[in-house]
Design a protein around this ligand. Structure first.
Ligand code: CDM
Ligand code: ATP
Length: 284
């Protein structure tokens, strides 16, 4: 039997860092949501005790470094599954982009293998397993729109956020999340973005307030390292996006746009100097 799972990309509407923890991770407060740019996983049971990963792209690891491989290995170990699995990753999400592509693949593998092997693992347990694989994986297991605290694993969902267009632009640089967090200095922060304001804006469906409330304290680190990310932000604003922010540790910049009629100008303007531009919808 073959099963399929979608693995959508996430964006951070808000990312705040509270402090560095003793375990080396940072205590964060974020608001994340999914967009309809997605990888697709095809999973097929193998009679042998083995995990095989393939993909149509050549620039991601296909061995135990792949997060989908790690998800399959974890579920096999914890639930004593003797069968193996073949997972094909149809990659559409740009890699090392701040869009949680690998994390979403891992989450989709957890959801899919739970179905394939009829394990009936409840969602909160899948999230706990996901947290062992990466900080963004629990959110990717549940999807939707959520506040994420702790390392990213403590989730509180926000119901019925409004829909809007999202333009994503990824400059041709790869950013290491560990490096960005490593360079972040909490004591140099002058302002924190407001979680309550953003939650209110989402709950009330106020697009203007959502755009005003966008904030990511990691932006300054990445912008300092890569001026082209700043240029991309400025271009998106100039071309008419209503709210613009870097996602995660970057380098992808997203623009929220309420009116469809604005999209061609923004897309064409960005494509003039940035190869990877996507027009997507927020997944609500
Ligand atoms: C930047 C975000 O993507 C925003 O959603 C996440 O905070 C990072 O999520 P992720 O890529 O799943 O992160 P992980 O794979 O768990 O960690 C990668 C590295 O980022 C740093 N890291 C990550 C999460 C966190 N709360 N504090 C950290 O300091 C750590 O150095 C860690 O070694
Ligand atoms: N299934 C996968 N898809 C893409 N990259 C993967 C995968 N598994 C492991 N990786 C590795 O993870 C690294 C980070 O890729 P990913 O696309 O997940 O980053 P990201 O979008 O910045 O994630 P985040 O937003 O969670 O920090 C890549 O350099 C790649 O080598």
């Amino acid at each position: 039997m073959k099963i399929y799972e979608k693995a959508p990309a996430k964006i951070n509407l808000l990312l705040d860092v509270l402090r560095k923890r003793d375990d080396g991770y940072h205590e964060v407060e974020m608001i994340m949501t999914m967009v309809d740019l997605a990888d697709r996983l095809e999973m097929e049971e193998l009679p042998r005790d083995t995990i095989i990963i393939s993909s149509q792209v050549g620039y991601i690891p296909l061995d135990e470094k792949n997060l989908a491989f790690q998800a399959a290995r974890l579920i096999k170990e914890r639930y004593d599954v003797k069968q193996g699995v073949y997972i094909h990753l149809d990659k559409k999400i740009p890699v090392a982009a701040g869009l949680a592509g690998g994390s979403s693949d891992a989450a989709a593998a957890l959801r899919g293998l739970n179905r394939l092997w009829k394990l009936q693992i409840p969602e909160d347990e899948l999230c706990r397993l996901g947290a062992e694989l990466g900080s963004d994986v629990p959110f990717c297991v549940t999807g939707g729109t959520a506040i994420a605290r702790g390392r990213g694993e403590k989730l509180e969902h926000i119901e019925n956020p409004p829909q809007c267009w999202v333009v994503l632009a990824k400059p041709p640089i790869n950013v290491s999340t560990a490096d960005v967090y490593g360079r972040f200095r909490a004591n140099e922060l002058k302002e924190h973005p407001s979680i309550p304001n953003m939650v209110r804006a989402l709950e009330q469906g106020s697009f203007t307030d959502i755009c005003e409330g966008l904030g990511n304290v990691l932006e300054n680190v990445t912008l300092g390292l890569y001026p082209e990310v700043m240029q991309l932000k400025e271009s998106m604003i100039r071309l008419g996006a209503d709210g613009v922010l870097m996602s995660g540790s970057g380098p992808t910049v997203f623009g929220l746009v309420s009116k469809e009629a604005k999209l061609p100008r923004i897309y064409n303007g960005l494509r003039g100097f940035c190869k990877e531009v996507y027009v997507v919808r927020m997944l609500t």
